[in-house]
Structures are given as structure tokens and as C-alpha cells.
Ligand binder design. Structure first.
Ligand code: OSB
Ligand code: MG
Length: 369
């Protein structure tokens, strides 16, 4: 297949509730939506970079630059017959995985539509429903947090994740555990700690957590192995795993017992699947993380989650948990059992709401071969 046209759109969506992590607070979500056209079909992808380089080094602006000046001209120049070819085409650009992901996903959607298959099936996915969890940002006080946890449990979410940072950790986790003794609970530090905090992690060992996500450096694999050997709670890596090689190194070093796979962070669905396979070979479970994606990025995350080793609830919540109105029809929904249905239509399985997309667009550029 030869992509004949690529359209990039920088969009901005207001969040229904501010989202605060150890690295910052978001009230709106800036994203790049990629539309790729071939053979009368349109494929959609998303670059889920943040506006600021605080989760990883990419930003909306760096994604746009890498796409406009490198990736888009390359993809318009040649036929792409499989995803591996596309990964190799993009390989000369080092890193910039979120920039790559937007285009890679649009290619996958096109390919699935051309074959008349749901994206999940094209990827080799077997599940028709996936387990949904919710990630709760840092709140103004514990009462607000407990109230939010309660509401999400009533909504049916199957796992609660709480963001932590120094000063908002052990006491908060204990309070949640006391109020909800049985709930599947985990924490995410987004790299806010160092090995000097071992005592804190030993204290968290008493809270019966499913896992602790990315406690140490965003690019660290080594110190995490030292921490893991001193605590019982499984460590889950997010930020530090950006390639399949990183996954293998982390597993061989014993740096984690779980990996959070975000297609955006690792350069797309093909690389996400490779990491999934490496973990499966090591009998290490994975789950799909999120980056407050729009309904388009979420569709790609849902598709990858249908693979068998995605064995734990995902950070994939309903559209309404993030946005007043999502840019897809139908919006993503979570049923009373905390499950999201995997679409059965060809491609990503949801339609873009073109009118809302237009109204949310800040910048737009079209490229033709
Ligand atoms: O670390 O998992 C993270 C959101 C933005 C940046 C980083 C993270 C997150 C989340 C939200 O935890 C997950 C979601 O999309 O629901
Ligand atoms: Mg995380």
C-alpha cells in the first residue's frame, strides 16, 4: 500500500477534571491526530505527546517537526507492505517514538480497512472484551481522593491506580486501603523517588498493592533491579521501557515483574506487540497504560489489549472520564462489569467526529506525494 496523503492536526481538548501527576498538572490535552489516505480509505492515528516534555522528552511541537520534516516525506515516497518495513523506514530517526506512533497507527488502520478486518484481529488479538482500570491523579486532600475512588468503583472499574509523589504517598495509600480493604490497588510514582527512599517502599509492602509503577528514574533500568530485590511488591516499569531491548534488559536484570505497555511510548503497535511477546516468553504479564488519549489513540490501545498476555486491567477508561465530548462516534464506554468491548468493524472500529475534530483543531497541514 502506498499512502498518498497525510494530514496532521494539532488538536486541543479540555479535560473534565484536571489530571495531576508527580511531574505536573494538565487541564487541557494537546494531541496530534494523523489522517493518512490510500486507495480511497482514511486511516487514523494519534501522537499522544504532552504539550511539555515532562513525561518524556517529546512535545507536540517536536512531534510535528519530526513528522513534517522526516517521517511524512519518507512514508509518501514508498509502498509499505508490512509494519516491520515501516519501523525500518522510520529507524534512522532515533527515538521520537510518539511522532512515529501517530503515523504507524494511521498505517495500521488503513491496512485493517483495506483487508476488511478489525484492527484487533489483524494484530492477532483474541479477546472481545478488555478489563478497564482507572488512574486517579493527585487530589487536593484525602477526602476528595476517597470520594473519587468510591465513585469509580461504583462505575465498575476493576482496578484503582493512585498517583503518588513525596508527601502524597504512604498515608494516602493507607487511607485508601483502610476504606477499601479488598480493592485491586496500585500506585504510580512517575519517577519521583530514588534508592534513598527504600524505607518508604518497604512500608508500601504492607499495603497489599498489585504493583508499584515507575518509582525511580525515567530512564533507569539498573537501580530498579536493586529496589526490586529489596521489596516484595512487584515493580512495573512504564517510562524506562521505550524499546523491546529495554524490556529484555529489564527482565534479565530483574528490574520489574510487570510491564506497562503504551504503544505511544514504544513507537507504535508493532513494537508494542514485540514487547508483549518478549514478556510472554518470560511469563511476565503486561497491561496497557494510557496517556489521556483521545478516542482515536484509545481505539489503538483497545486493539493491542486484545492480545493474550495483556493479563491485567488497562488504564483505559470511558471517554466521559476524560472529555466532555470525545472525537469519536460512538464514544468509548465501560459496562457495569468494568469491561470495554473490542470493536468488530474493520479498522479501529470507531468513526472520527469530523465536526468536533474541526472545532478542536489549532493547526493543520496536508502533505501529498
Ligand atoms: O504514567 O501512566 C502514566 C497520564 C499521563 C501521563 C502519564 C501517565 C498517565 C496516566 C493516565 O496514568 C492513564 C490514562 O490515560 O487513563
Ligand atoms: Mg505511569
Amino acid at each position: 500500500m502506498r499512502v498518498r496523503q497525510v494530514e496532521l492536526r494539532h488538536i486541543r481538548l479540555p479535560l473534565v477534571h484536571p489530571f495531576e501527576t508527580s511531574f505536573g498538572r494538565e487541564t487541557v490535552r494537546d494531541l496530534i491526530i494523523v489522517k493518512a489516505r490510500a486507495d480511497g480509505l482514511t486511516g487514523y492515528g494519534e501522537s499522544a505527546s504532552m504539550a511539555e516534555p515532562f513525561y518524556n522528552y517529546e512535545t507536540t511541537e517536536t512531534c510535528w517537526h519530526i513528522q513534517r520534516d522526516f517521517l511524512v516525506p519518507w512514508i509518501l515516497e514508498q509502498d509499505i507492505t508490512d509494519a516491520k518495513e515501516l519501523i525500518e523506514l522510520f529507524a534512522p530517526v532515533r527515538g521520537h517514538n510518539m511522532a512515529k506512533t501517530g503515523l504507524e497507527q494511521a498505517w495500521w488502520d488503513l491496512q485493517a480497512k483495506a483487508e476488511g478486518q478489525p484492527l484487533a484481529r489483524l494484530l492477532g488479538g483474541k479477546r472481545d472484551r478488555i478489563e478497564s482500570g482507572v488512574s486517579i491523579g493527585i487530589q487536593e486532600d484525602v477526602e476528595h481522593l476517597l470520594e473519587r475512588v468510591g465513585r469509580f468503583l461504583e462505575d465498575g472499574y476493576r482496578r484503582i491506580k493512585i498517583k503518588i509523589k513525596p508527601g502524597w504517598d504512604i498515608d494516602v495509600v493507607k487511607a485508601v486501603r483502610q476504606t477499601y480493604p479488598e480493592v485491586p490497588l496500585m500506585v504510580d510514582a512517575n519517577s519521583a523517588y530514588s534508592l534513598e527512599h527504600v524505607e518508604l517502599f518497604k512500608a508500601l509492602d504492607e499495603c497489599d498493592l498489585m504493583m508499584i509503577e515507575q518509582p525511580l528514574g525515567y530512564d533507569d533500568i539498573f537501580d530498579h533491579s536493586k529496589l526490586q530485590s529489596q521489596i516484595r511488591t512487584p515493580i512495573c516499569l512504564d517510562e524506562s521501557i521505550t524499546t523491546p531491548e529495554h524490556a529484555r534488559w529489564a527482565l534479565e536484570l530483574g528490574s520489574c515483574q510487570v510491564i506497562n505497555i503504551k504503544p505511544a511510548r514504544v513507537g507504535g503497535l508493532y513494537q508494542a506487540r514485540r514487547i508483549h511477546d518478549i514478556c510472554q516468553e518470560h511469563d511476565v504479564p503486561v497491561w496497557c497504560g494510557g496517556l489521556l488519549e483521545s478516542g482515536i489513540g484509545r481505539a489503538h490501545n483497545v486493539a493491542i489489549c486484545s492480545l493474550p498476555n495483556f493479563r491485567l486491567p488497562a488504564d483505559l477508561s470511558a471517554s466521559s472520564r476524560y472529555f466532555v465530548r470525545d472525537i469519536v462516534v460512538p464514544p468509548w464506554e465501560v459496562d457495569d462489569e468494568g469491561m470495554i468491548a473490542v470493536p468488530t468493524k474493520p479498522g479501529i472500529g470507531v468513526e472520527a467526529d469530523e465536526e468536533l475534530l474541526d472545532n478542536s483543531t489549532i493547526k493543520r497541514e496536508t502533505f501529498t506525494a
